[in-house]
Design a protein around this ligand. Structure first.
Ligand code: G6Q
Length: 547
């Protein structure tokens, strides 16, 4: 066992947190601010271009101390060391977890199986750089000599969400190339995209670590067939490149070895955008911006590795999440970016957070009897305010919400920016303070309704408040700051996984559905329905009737 295997509920800190919870659970955030007007200073931290305010959370100094004790008792410090050193902490797959090495400077030495991996990483980065430069500049052309106009990233899960989210988030920095992301095995997805493409000017980037994923191989095959219907067979090598750690599968598919950008088994799919999986990012925003993304992530790695837990952003935010999940027993957390560019961030984080920490067996192999894996959801503000915010404000569920905003807009329209940020600040204030019935009544007194009607209506217009929020205020949406933000979430996943005593870097839970789909596909293909439960059998009959 490399990582500690401590059941968090057996620690002294956990017991203390349980009793402490009883003393604080009914306290209103408004009262916490009245008691300690300096909370905003005490519970906030500044780092590079980030200002994190976690003072609107239902915590006091004792909560913070006990949560930090929990991190110490579960030996988080030792675990962090193992993580960065490349110990095989993905024990169920017998692998290191080293996406952090992908953003480390060339001067670092990080070894896996006694081999320094930095030179290999550097040489792949060089390959990404030179290839992106050539495609962007037009030095590399398609089979008819025309420059590329469209890049199609074919991949799914970790081989799609990262590059798709980043290229959307950094669309402001993009060049003339149009990016397309094809992930779903739903044929309508690829055919809708192909309809708009010109084979002469389209470059396909097939991304699959294993190069055996059903969706990706089907989509890549359909793309290649479409391409060769228009272009000669030998033009495939000019229009198809691959990102993979399984070279033999790629060459078997028909992509030449020179056109392969490798990655390694110590890069987990959902943490792979920092590897060659990020090729589409580099093509879209240029290598320099892609490198700045990596630098930002590296800076967050250093912060996480070297900062005392009291001021350590991923540690503090991870502990807050545990506080709500395990003591308040909240069911979900919302993440609301106040930037339309970040509209794919919640979906990206859903994979990172829920695939990593949605586990119910602990690191000893025993079933878990406490809550793990938080449910994450969200949409950009202000749109979300006009949709589901009602439930956060007045529903029966407690939903800790994270607000991500930027001080500066990218196009510099100050009028819009002020309106956007006014909403950003107003929401956390409203969620905290709420509105008392008296305040609601006060607003109604001038109306013509009777006092009885006013009393009744005021109940509907009352907000209890006391809804926890965390505010992440960043100077500007730059590649570097985005890199740091994503790395911050990656490390929070780690913190929570360590404390919950689970393995965060495997994903066995996605296997069963895949196995059954393979079996059902052959039944559909042969029109022979096998042995299923009555519901599945009936559904299959309905489907086959239409085939
Ligand atoms: C992520 C998962 C998963 C994976 C996809 C694609 O951590 O492992 O989302 O990225 O299943 O796998 P391939 O890259 O092997 O096609």
């Amino acid at each position: 066992m490399i990582l500690p295997t401590i059941n968090p509920t057996t620690t002294t800190a956990w017991e203390a947190l349980k009793s402490h919870y009883k003393t604080i659970k009914d306290t209103h955030l408004k009262d916490l601010f009245t008691q300690h007007p300096d909370r905003a200073t005490i519970f906030s931290t500044e780092w590079n271009d980030f200002y994190i305010d976690y003072s609107k959370n239902r915590i006091d100094q004792t909560t913070k101390k006990l949560l930090l004790d929990l991190a110490k008792e579960t030996k988080l410090d030792q675990a962090i060391q193992h993580y960065f050193e490349g110990s095989f902490i993905n024990e169920t797959e017998n692998r290191a977890v080293l996406h952090t090495a992908l953003r480390a400077p060339e001067s670092c030495h990080i070894t896996v199986d006694d081999k320094d991996i930095i030179p290999e990483i550097t040489s792949v980065k060089e390959k990404i750089k030179s290839f992106s430069n050539q495609v962007i500049s037009g030095a590399l052309t398609g089979y008819t000599g025309k420059t590329f106009t469209d890049i199609v990233n074919i991949g799914i899960g970790g081989s799609d969400l990262g590059p798709a989210m980043i290229t959307e988030s950094l669309a402001y920095y993009k060049n003339h190339l149009t990016l397309h992301f094809i992930s779903n095995v739903d044929g309508d997805h690829i055919h809708q995209n192909l309809k708009e493409l010109n084979p002469e000017t389209t470059l396909f980037v097939v991304v699959s670590k294993t190069f055996s994923t059903q969706e990706t191989i089907s989509n890549a095959t359909t793309a290649r067939n479409w391409f060769t219907q228009h272009a000669p067979q030998d033009a495939v090598s000019k229009h198809f490149v691959a990102v993979s750690s399984t070279i033999s599968n790629v060459t078997e598919f028909g992509i030449a070895e020179d056109n392969i950008f490798p990655l390694w088994d110590w890069v987990g799919g959902r943490f792979s955008l920092w590897s060659a999986v990020g090729l589409s990012i580099s093509l879209s925003i240029g290598y320099k911006n892609y490198d700045a993304l990596l630098t930002g992530a590296y800076e967050m790695d250093e912060h996480f590795k070297n900062t005392s837990f009291e001021e350590n952003i991923p540690v503090l935010l991870g502990l807050l999440s545990i506080w709500y999940n395990n003591f308040f027993e909240v069911e979900s957390e919302a993440i609301i970016p106040y930037s339309q560019y970040l509209h794919r961030l919640p979906a990206y984080l859903q994979q990172g957070i829920m695939e990593s920490n949605g586990k119910s067996i602990d690191r000893n192999g025993d079933p878990i009897d406490y809550q793990t894996g938080t449910i994450i959801w969200g949409e950009p503000g202000t749109n979300a305010q006009h949709a589901f915010f009602q439930l956060i404000h007045q529903g029966t569920k407690l939903i800790p919400t994270e607000f991500i905003g930027f001080k500066n807009s990218l196009f510099g329209d100050q009028d819009h920016q002020n309106k956007l940020m006014a909403n950003f600040f107003a929401q956390t204030e409203a969620l905290m303070n709420g509105k008392t019935k008296n305040e609601a009544l006060g607003e109604l007194t001038s109306s013509t309704s009777s006092e009885e009607q006013q009393q009744k209506l005021a109940s509907f217009k009352t907000f209890i408040g006391n809804k926890p929020t965390t505010t992440i205020l960043i100077d500007k949406l730059t590649p570097r700051n985005l890199g740091a933000l994503i790395a911050m979430y990656e490390h929070r996943i780690f913190v929570q996984g360590i404390i919950w005593n689970i393995f965060s870097y495997d994903q066995w839970g996605v296997e069963l559905g895949k196995q059954l789909a393979t079996a059902i596909l052959s039944e559909i293909d042969t029109d022979q329905i096998g042995n299923h439960d009555a519901s599945t059998t009936t559904l299959l009959h309905h489907y086959l009737r239409n085939k």
